[in-house]
Design a protein around this ligand. Sequence first.
Ligand code: GDP
Length: 527
Amino acid sequence: MSDRKKEINRRRTFGIISHPDAGKTTLTEKLLLYGGAIQEAGAVKSNKIKKGATSDFMEIERQRGISVATSVMGFEYKNKKINILDTPGHQDFAEDTYRTLTAVDSVIVVIDVAKGVEAQTEKLVEVCRMRDTPIIVFINKLDREGKDAYDLLDEVEEKLGLNVCPLSWPIGMGQDFKGVYNMWEKNLQLYTEQKKQKIADSVSIEDISTPEIEKYIDKEAADTLRDEIELISGVYPDFDKQTYLDGQLSPVFFGSALNNFGVQELLNCFVDIAPAPLPKKAEDRVVDPMEDKFTGFVFKIHANMDPKHRDRLAFLKIVSGTFERNTNYQHVRQGKNLKFSNPTAFMASKKSVVDLAYPGDIVGLHDSGNFRIGDTLTEGEKLEFKGIPSFSPEHFRFINNADPLKAKQLNKGVDQLMDEGVAQLFTLESNGRKVIGTVGALQYEVIQYRLEHEYNAKCTYENYPAHKACWIESSDDKQLEEFSKLKYRYLAKDKFGRLVFLSDSAFSLNMAREKFDKIKFHLKSEF
Ligand code: GDP
């Protein structure tokens, strides 16, 4: 096998998703500890928006700072090059997470044992399931009282629509938590709180019927464990790697990230089973990571924190070939060649200039405004990757210029912030007014603040009474024309010039759907 193929095969690029507070940051940190990427706990900052800690604006900036630092965390473990892509937990930034999920090859879902499956987890897993992304589940905080393990698995199956297969099983919980039996490595992990932050010992127990277990846990607990393992092997399917890789079976681990318990087992299994870089769908064909020619796409753009420097960092996921420094690549949308003298690689919280990067890797490209989310770089092929849709926003507001002398700055600022994917811009067909659509109300503050601080422009907002944005398509020109006439006031173009219907209520959307049966109304921009 060529060196390049070996490099590609040892890459594991994944994301950790959870509802806020389930333990994503803690788990990330422990994984980095095992990879030797950091030396102590507390090194990874949470990218959460803390409520009421400081002013919202300060908080947004703090959050942006952290999110630059933690966007990608790479480390080596057991000869695998692992890249963790960070995802914001706050629901107002859900779109950012959806986009990041287009750049991962698998995910780990963290669930709080006491809270079970929460709203944000449901949404994110749904996005993963749309693409059959392989999922491993980690049930966290076993040191606390929580739900019964069987009930939790039922909940995961029902609410997340996943077929599960436990690969570890808890012995007790909360006060009585004694450890887990790891079916993957066939060993018993004993829990003692003193082991905090250290790497826990395990005893190898090939066969749980052996009385040897009773040296470590009392007979009653041992019997319960034996019964439970027998029961689950009857109820749940055996683990099958291919079914997992197809996104149809999710192994489940139990542990406590804070106490560093069950984390190494999770990581060991992860490096054994998680997929190397996967082929990716483009408009006209599927691109295989082993192809010779380089291709990649931008899934995230980060503006510079320093308002004096307008440059941005575009995060490029390499899909095929190799990416080399100082080499001309084609920016497909703009049809022009670009080369990069300082592409950045990410190892844990350190950044460094990279000469060569492989599929699975993420490189940061310094950008003065060329990139937009979804942009493709190739060696010349006209290629467009699929799978970075926009979803209908939940909130809509007119944006008005509050300083007539700064109209140019405002337009530029709005344009660039939309390229970054902070929100979506719709221009009304009837009068050219601009409407900004967001997932959460927080984005309006972000935009206003950043326009002022980075572009020296001021804006005000005015409510726009839309309910949903629907991208429309029709095979029937006559019906489309009729619809356009009737709904003229509600039509807009998105940033890419696609036609969008901004319906004002669920009722009017349903009416439109009934009346115009040849028109398709999509709640996302890719169909
Ligand atoms: P995130 O919002 O998902 O990133 O969650 P964090 O990693 O910031 O964790 C949220 C809170 O849960 C923090 O106070 C953690 O210390 C705590 N936590 C994380 N893992 C565990 C665990 O295994 N046991 C307990 N008791 N607390 C935990």
